[in-house]
Design a protein around this ligand. Sequence first.
Ligand code: ADP
Ligand code: MG
Ligand code: MG
Length: 267
Amino acid sequence: ASELVIKNLHASIEGKPILRGVDLVVRQGEVHALMGPNGSGKSTLANVIMGNPKYEVTDGEIWFKGENILEYSPDRRARMGLFLAFQYPMAIPGVSVANFLRRALEAVREGPRPVGEENPSGRPAPRKTIPPSEFRNLLREKMKLLKVDNSFINRSINDGFSGGEKKRAEILQMALLEPEIAMMDETDSGLDIDALKIVSDSVNALRGPKLGLLVITHYQRILNYIVPDFVHVMFDGRIVRSGGKELALELEEKGYEWLRPEGSEVA
Ligand code: ADP
Ligand code: MG
Ligand code: MG
């Protein structure tokens, strides 16, 4: 099974240290929840794993499928099987959901290019195309699995989508790309309880031995529906506690303060 291994990861933004020694292992087939107070570094960790150039890694290692991926572009990481569903997906007017998904799938199917043939500043266009009929069939199959409406995929990507629809577009993308390790950052934020259930059902439909998931959330409630195998709590850029699903319930009851490390300031 593929593994994402994070060792002693330190990262800064604009010279300000955010991650201060993160250790974490996520394997295919496992569901991990990453919890913690606002500003503790959860989104930073997801962005650094994906290779967002805004962040500078100052120490530590990130291994994926036996390769140290620290120097790899975000596109290369995605082609290797890493996936991040964005907290605030942006609208791309004019590009339909179907076309966007098709391009993304073609890139992932093509896999990483040999080093040197990559375009470091952007996402190289895939060379391999998927016949439209094959793509339609695959998309239909995934839409059925996730109970996504047909009208959805011909609309422009995220243009005028409700919060719940954006999340469903992300999950449809995840279903189609079949990443080995996927991260979902605050997928629950801004969803009412019905949308939360629909989104959770979709994620649960994708659970299985081939998918490793890191579910990032500030609130415990989504974990009532997506029950994690492991729960980690981040505080001040470190994981200060790990446990099973019962840790999430303990946090719901007690909050985060009891886990604040000594010497860390109250914001
Ligand atoms: P979380 O996702 O746990 O709420 P973040 O990773 O978003 O935490 O933020 C961690 C810290 O990094 C916070 O103190 C935040 O203010 C800081 N931070 C995040 N993004 C930026 C940025 N673009 N510029 C400066 N500081 C940032
Ligand atoms: Mg935050
Ligand atoms: Mg965040």
